[in-house]
Design a protein around this ligand. Sequence first.
Ligand code: ADP
Ligand code: ZN
Length: 801
Amino acid sequence: MIARVSLEIALRKEFDYSIPPGLAGQIEVGSRVQVPFRSRKIYGTVTALAEESAFAGLKPVLKVIGAQTLVTPKVLKLARWIADYYCCAPEIALKSVLPEAVRKKTETEAGWRKQLFVRALPVSGELPKLSKRQQDIWNLVEERREILLTELVELAETTAATIRKLEDRGLIEIAPQISERDPYARENILPTQPLPLNPAQEKALEKITGAMQRNEDRGLKMGDGRHLTPALSPLLTDAQRGEGETPSPILHPPSSTFLLHGVTGSGKTEVYLQAIAHALKQGAGAIVLVPEISLTPQTVERFKARFSSGKLQTLVAVLHSHLSAGERHDEWHKIRQGRARIVIGARSAIFAPVEPLGLIIVDEEHEHTYKQEEAPRYHARDVAIMRGRMENAVVVLGSATPSLESYYNCKKGKYRLLELPERVDNQKMPRVRVVDMRQAAHKEKGPPIFSPQLKEAIQQRLERGEQTILFLNRRGYSTALQCPQCGFVAECPNCSLALTYHRPEQKLRCHICGHSENVPAVCPNVKCKNPAIRYAGLGTQKVEETLAKLFPNARVRRMDADTMKRKDDYRKTLGDFRTGKTDILVGTQMIAKGLHFPNVTLVGIVYADLALHQPDFRAGERTFQLLTQVAGRAGRGDVEGEVFVQSFTPFHPAIQYARRHDFAGFYEQEIEFRGQLKYPPLSRVALLTLKGRNEDKVKFSAEHLKRELERNHFVAAVYDRRQSDEKIATVTDRRYKFGDLIISGPAPAPLLRAETFYRYQIMLRTRAMSKLSQQLVKIIETLALPEDVTLAVDIDPVNLG
Ligand code: ADP
Ligand code: ZN
């Protein structure tokens, strides 16, 4: 037998190896193996098995890693789709489907943590005479039967050497043993029961479970193994498993992808929970994706409380970047072994080996963090939909502010729209007031940080003992150091960006590359040396400082990347806010999401235009989403909430529609704008970025790439007269159209220089992205670039910077 292996070094090729007799039967598709390559031994994944190879003199596979295949055939198929669609080497796609902690630590049991445990041995007859200290230790061990050595040392306030004396006397045994890490072991979670649903929730759940039922029936026919699994959940009764029901006839299976559009607090999570319960009943598992930032202990707790505690004890595994490598390893294997049936995690949890998979939930589906910003540049939401399709699983995308793409797909009938238009508690949406800062600036000779209206509103809250959240999506003190005399602006030496002033440390910092330098006392321009340098623009530090001046008695806390450096900072700051130890919380987008604080009755958005000024066709959409999310933080309790949006462009549609909580209205006007300019969702974008340290070379390479793209498409166009006519017609407007494809650029990236690299971009727009991806792979493979210029291909980019 021959094994075809994709190697971990990016070669875009697979190699055949012979399977030696000693390993026969141990290697399957998806196995991780070690193979010889040139003079090295490297790791790879088996992608196929064959009877024979076209090559002679094959080298043998050296060893198989792990008893169980790590990449299941289904996940392997998904990785292949990623490589094809996102134009990356298959090895890179394969690498991303396994957490590093799993990939690196799979030889035998090395990944499991072994720790020394102390165990009581049976005592025959009288206990030998022990010292007081030894007796204490013995009592503890006997009571616990088995205890971690380190824990015992701590509990008995003793040393390992003293404990070993008991071992010498034959009373106890100290031996290494696998001890599974549980990142949530310390939490004491109270079980919850399903809530009776309101009519809107009920209807949504019915549609979702209906689709799950149809998928199960189809799966039974296709033998996807789902019918085998109820044995794995012995705690369920036959009735719970839904046996004995007659399968409904399948005529035209409608889409299994849903968009659950529900305002914040409308009870989306409760719908997820009950849909998951249905999946478990079917003997299937579920994956829940949440953005990294909202993967707070409270979120995880809600899922654990429903499924992991009490009688059911279905394990919920958690995968995210704050876990230690060891914890991640253990959580992953709990899933692979089928012990954990529900996975909750950030982006890469979409690759979790849940088998069979009945349901995928993507919460806050509009979030940009679902897009990976390095190869493979996949979008977890889109991968989820593809995986759902491949494995017959239902996919539920949830959001209060759906992405234009998903809403558009509903309008086109590709997804089904489910709506939860009202808050569960029947509370009104907060009242949103837009403050025209041009007037405030006029009155005060220069823009103030707080308009009189917002200032007064904060004052009121302080008097009433209610809480306030102030939002500004920019950290630091001031955005730029500027000399009023010569116009000098302090810029980063590595990036084309002004440095931000950080007052507490008295430093200027670059928010792209992290460069930092001391604050100059005089203008650094040698010809100027003006001692009166000024700081322009504002960041969260300045907001915090201004608050301290205006409201000296208020307890203010700031929450941004600068104050949230340690793992526990986030939890502590929010804990203090929740318990009322803080009056005003100032923060960046960190505070925009998913937090419930009943006593918050005021939210102030200090400078709403910030997101609008991004050079990105999604700037309006982002602003709308951000305002809606932030506004959703107000009035979660008994008192109606109030939101102040300070803006210099108060009549911008993104601000006005957000003010009226009108998603559909925003969608209608935004989709028209996108259509006119052929931007997504009415097309798909591929962004090609060339980067290098020599600007001329980068520019030249970009032009060369563009010619290659044109040449390639020209060949296709000769066969179609109409299309080549179109080429002639549009050749003058600097954009070349060949049929459906629009090529624009090359142009300098919005941030031309980042981390010492110059970047030029070409943007491609098409409706047939899969086809374009195929062509791009071919072009990339033959493209000759100078050695110090690299090309990055980003399909469906969310960050155009
Ligand atoms: P969303 O996820 O849409 O923001 P949640 O699911 O968090 O909304 O619901 C908000 C609050 O309402 C939660 O405290 C939740 O427990 C509660 N809730 C949800 N559904 C119901 C229901 N049917 N009856 C009573 N309370 C509910
Ligand atoms: Zn920089």
